[in-house]
Design a protein around this ligand. Structure first.
Ligand SMILES: NC(=O)c1ccc[n+]([C@@H]2O[C@H](COP(=O)([O-])OP(=O)(O)OC[C@H]3O[C@@H](n4cnc5c(N)ncnc54)[C@H](OP(=O)(O)O)[C@@H]3O)[C@@H](O)[C@H]2O)c1
Length: 245
């Protein structure tokens, strides 16, 4: 286990509660500092880490080879680097940011996820006749497959609906970009929505996990706009309330 990983695990193991409240929010407003295990340190993983570090959360990446020097930049930016199993077992929430084809291996490497919070950011993409297409739907979704692979876990689908460029920087939009959250665990959904809000998104409840069947095609709509219609990859969706009659 690399040095930075040991230090990170010691620091996390030393925190007295799995989830602390920050002291600086106005009274009555809840906010939790989370220990977030991001599985996959690619474009999405590092973009999410940037936003969550900025919001004060603790990040560790779970990667296939923690000794690979390509991870030193992430470590220098304040994130821990660990094996997938170590990252998953020492965090409050596991965030899956691996290619769809790697999901079964990554979930298996996480170990027992019974009772754990899992955010599925992946999109089940495949090559289709017209370019990028969905590998499955509409009678199931990638998120439901993740839930099947991780029995007992509280799986949420979110952060899959825009490009990684938006995830790391939500400033400069006329209105906060919207990000839907689907998941069955109503009790812990507010915590996940808070994490989404911490990145600067307007977090909206999309309903139970099976609503991921809408959120994954919705991601494909963004992909089409960026790759086929040439819209800037910083483009985001907004969900606007009418201000005047
Ligand atoms: N790109 C976007 O804008 C975007 C937006 C929304 C959602 N998504 C979805 O998010 C996921 C990640 O996309 P990305 O663009 O970040 O891909 P990426 O840049 O290729 O990164 C994927 C990362 O996953 C790691 N990985 C692969 N297999 C793994 C395993 N078994 N265990 C741990 N890590 C593993 C890879 O690292 P190694 O090669 O070192 O193993 C790589 O760093 C995809 O499912 C994608 O559909 C992407």
């Amino acid at each position: 286990m690399p040095h930075q990983c040991q230090a990170w695990l010691r620091r996390w193991a030393g925190s007295e509660k799995p989830c602390k409240k920050t002291p600086h929010r106005p009274r009555g407003e809840r906010r939790h500092i989370m220990r977030i295990g991001i599985i996959g340190a690619g474009r999405v993983g590092t973009a999410l880490a940037k936003g969550w570090v900025r919001a004060g959360h603790d990040i560790v990446f779970g990667v296939t080879n923690p000794n690979d020097p390509k991870h030193s930049a992430a470590a220098a930016a304040g994130a821990g680097i660990a094996s997938v199993g170590d990252a998953a077992s020492h965090c409050d929430v596991v965030v899956l940011t691996v290619p769809w084809s790697a999901v079964p291996a990554a979930v298996a490497a996480c170990g027992n996820l019974d009772g754990r919070l899992v955010i599925d950011v992946t999109n089940p993409l495949t090559a289709g006749a017209d370019g990028i297409d969905l590998a499955l739907g509409f009678s199931t979704s990638g998120a439901e497959e993740v839930a099947r692979l991780a029995p007992g876990a509280s799986v949420f689908k979110t952060m899959n609906q825009v490009g990684f460029e938006v995830m790391s920087d939500t400033s400069g939009y006329a209105a906060p970009p919207v990000m839907f959250v689907a998941g069955d665990d109503q009790g812990r959904k507010p915590m996940i929505m808070e994490l989404v809000s911490d990145l600067g998104f307007e977090a909206l409840d999309a309903g139970p996990l099976k609503r991921a069947r809408l959120l994954e095609p919705y991601a494909l709509l963004w992909i089409d706009q960026a790759y086929i219609f040439g819209m800037p990859r910083t483009s985001a969706f907004a969900f606007l309330a009418k201000q005047a009659p």
